[in-house]
Design a protein around this ligand. Structure first.
Ligand code: SF4
Length: 306
């Protein structure tokens, strides 16, 4: 399962693209004595390191669990249904067909240990399915899927980008006019205009990888925020070079951090959503500091109101 944290700490999910060193500890095995960078870098791995190198170490070197929350699982279920829907013939890509696929696929999601860990009662389970269905149905707010000329869904793309062994899984590659469009679904909240451009880095990297592996540079990269809006941009050489350079810098920083065995904790508001906060003294202090500030603000407001 691909789980992409965005800068708000919320997560959207589609399929597997996480990469960890084969020698790292998993399922209780011992992590290597000297940190080993992963064999390939995914957009989610790069994003985690940029957000906080310490968090990246917990996840990719120590291989500690980062269980998906309810929103990520609902997003993952919605992605799966849309993947299967877009594999149907155009005339079959209807809401009724999506409903049928959702019913067929639900038992598999319900049986997942991550879903079972949520311990939903009947009412909570209904609310979960409704949340996922709202995302699925939200596709029709953005496009008519019957008109999409699908080239591939859940396409695994691996390529060397700027010296970085890159791997990603593209939700959808389609044809439009005389070019390809790289599309990713998002079930989280659409970003404000200020953050739109940076959110597109992920799909631009996918576009770069598609070009590197097929020789064909996509003409457009976009994100479909289901039920909300589409954000996208034309792909050009300059943009590809910019995101590739950023990826190279992150990869160089990862290698330096591993060689020095130093992973800086980068504290901030996202510490409150970090699954490793209890193992991170700096993050724990940050969360306490923010909670105290909030309590002081509320006390002040209360005093002013009385
Ligand atoms: S709690 Fe904050 S500083 Fe610590 S690892 Fe998590 S994100 Fe980084």
């Amino acid at each position: 399962m691909k789980l992409d944290s965005d800068s708000t700490g919320s997560i959207s999910a589609s399929s597997t693209e996480e990469e960890v060193p084969a020698s790292a500890g998993i399922d209780g095995s011992t992590p290597p004595l000297i940190p080993v960078p992963p064999p390939r870098l995914s957009p989610s791995g790069a994003g985690t390191f940029t957000q906080c190198p310490r968090r990246w170490k917990f996840r990719y070197i120590d291989r500690l669990e980062d269980p998906p929350g309810e929103d990520a699982l609902a997003g993952s279920f919605a992605h799966r249904v849309l993947e299967l829907l877009l594999q149907r013939q155009p005339e079959q890509r209807t809401i009724d067909e999506a409903r049928l696929i959702a019913r067929t696929e639900w038992p598999e999601t319900e049986a997942l240990s991550d879903y079972q860990a949520l311990e939903h009662n009947e009412k909570e389970s209904r609310r979960f399915r409704w949340k996922a269905w709202t995302a699925i149905e939200g596709l029709w707010d953005l496009e008519d899927p019957a008109e999409v000329k699908v080239r591939a869904t859940e396409q695994d793309v691996e390529a060397e980008l700027g010296g970085v062994p890159f791997r990603g899984i593209v939700d959808r590659i389609e044809e439009e006019g005389d070019g390809l469009i790289v599309t990713d679904y998002k079930s989280g909240k659409a970003p404000s205009p200020r953050f739109r451009r940076s959110r597109l880095d992920q799909v631009l990297l996918y576009a770069a990888a598609v070009e590197a592996s097929t020789g064909e540079m996509p003409v457009r990269a976009r994100l479909l925020y289901l039920g909300q809006r589409t954000i996208g941009m034309d792909v050009n050489r300059e943009e590809i070079e910019t995101v590739t350079e950023k990826l190279s810098d992150t990869w160089a920083n990862i290698n330096t951090a591993c060689a020095d065995d130093e992973f800086e904790p980068r504290t901030g508001p996202l510490c409150g959503w970090c699954p490793y906060v209890s193992m991170c003294p700096q993050g724990t202090a940050e969360v306490a500091k923010r909670a105290n500030r909030k309590a002081a603000r509320e006390a002040k407001l209360l005093a002013m109101a009385s």
